[in-house]
Write a protein that binds this ligand. Structure first.
Ligand code: AMP
Length: 397
């Protein structure tokens, strides 16, 4: 059974309930201000399509932040409702709560075509995957659309259990489609040569992805703090760099695999005596005892350039150093530049590499920048996500 998308189902005259990921960052002082609207902007295509098809009602739903099952105005979707109304040129009615008794009446009126349910996570039942809660939401509509890629790795009521009540009436949105198609290009039969670049802070978080990638890639470049456990396991000194014993054990295990020859590690570093201290170039693999490495050095970047030459598919997850500090951003921004110059399918996934690539100003030059950090990583690990499986096959409760 193939996953159906929103343009493969009749919407005219239908009530449609659609789950999006409107979990946008808000300004700390002025909570009515959205500081990055990407996630809402990415949802507009699906919203406009559903409206253009002549649905009778469009009920939008999402979570925002972590209100932990309690009503907390700090996490109200009000700024999202205002932004949507401005961009759609139509009124958007925000309900008091997603279980408001008035919603059923609202659905019978000829006005109020677009309804936004207040934050789903004001109810603990959402994250608990409560079936009664999912059923109550399902009763608002004839058709369910899931376009919340960023939460598709969660088994929450509005992304998972709800599918049980929309047999053959549950479809994916355009953002979900775009994300799945991009990830499929990397997970299933990637065009070769295929190079993966991984970085960030912890080996244990990404061990399963590394194991899986090692089977398919031609080269696996490891940078950032992820690299030090591998260097240490090879017998190099890593000084005071971030490197737990547990990660060294995991790295040693990976280095014993026959495919470990595909692993490419940094050959030089930018280091300091402390976090955000003055930078020093270390022109060797070994890091002096009193220093911690905080970025890859220029020779490493050259080595990575050679490994990337001619690549047809590139996956990048995780920064090459503490890119948040300008003295330690050159490695990460350098990798972004290398990718931007390739004639390859380039996919950037995972929260920190996405913000790094945006900060580098080169996001537009990538083939795909995923909107879901945790979701894209889990997709790479598992080859699918619970929310996607549920859309495809339904759910037995
Ligand atoms: P992750 O969430 O595992 O992708 O880790 C991302 C974080 O790792 C970023 O905040 C980076 O600042 C940090 N990071 C990357 N390289 C290093 C390094 N060499 N030393 C310390 N932290 C690092």
């Amino acid at each position: 059974m193939a996953l159906k998308y929103v343009d493969e189902i009749e919407l005219k005259g239908k009530k449609v309930i659609a789950r999006f990921d409107f979990n946008v960052p808000l300004d700390k002082e002025d909570r009515s201000k959205i500081t990055d609207t990407t996630r809402i902007d990415e949802a507009l295509e699906t919203i406009r399509y559903i409206l253009d098809q002549g649905c009778s009602k469009l009920i939008l739903m999402s979570h925002l932040g972590r209100p932990d099952g309690e009503v907390n105005k700090k996490y109200s979707l009000e700024p999202v409702a205002t932004y949507l109304a401005e961009h759609l040129g139509q009124e958007v009615t925000l309900t008091e709560s997603c279980l408001d008794r008035g919603i059923k009446t609202l659905l019978t009126l000829n006005t109020n075509n677009i309804i936004l349910l207040e934050n789903l996570r004001f109810h603990k039942e959402e994250e608990a995957g409560d079936t009664e809660f999912a059923k109550a939401l399902s009763e608002y509509a004839d058709i369910y659309v899931n376009d919340a890629f960023g939460t598709a790795h969660r088994k929450h009521a509005s992304t998972y259990q709800i599918n049980a009540y929309f047999k053959n009436r549950a479809v994916g949105g355009f953002l979900l489609k775009k994300e799945i198609q991009a990830l499929e290009k990397v997970v299933e039969k990637p065009q070769k040569p295929f190079v993966a670049i991984t970085g960030g802070a912890k080996v244990s978080d990404k061990i399963k992805i590394i194991e899986r990638l090692l089977i398919n890639v031609d080269s696996l470049i490891i940078g950032g703090a992820m690299a030090y456990p591998f260097l240490k396991a090879q017998g190099h000194s890593v000084g005071k760099s971030l490197c737990s014993d547990e990660d060294v054990k995991l790295a040693a295990r990976l280095l014993k695999m026959s495919s470990a020859k595909k692993i490419v590690l940094p050959v030089d570093h930018v280091a300091s005596t402390e976090f955000a201290g003055a930078p020093q170039n270390i022109n060797s693999v070994d890091i002096p005892e009193d220093l911690m490495a905080l970025d890859i050095g220029p020779k490493s970047l050259e080595l990575f350039r050679d490994k990337l030459a001619g690549a047809k598919t590139v996956l990048w997850n995780g920064p090459m150093g503490c890119f948040e500090e300008k003295d330690y951003a050159a490695g990460t921004f350098g990798v972004a530049k290398l990718l931007s110059e390739l004639n390859a399918f380039t996919l950037v996934g995972g929260g920190d590499s996405v913000s790094a690539v945006k900060k580098s100003g080169l996001a537009e030059k990538m083939s795909h920048v995923s909107t879901g950090g945790g979701a894209s990583l889990e997709y790479l690990e598992q080859g699918t996500l619970p929310g996607i499986k549920a859309l495809k096959f339904g759910v037995d409760l």
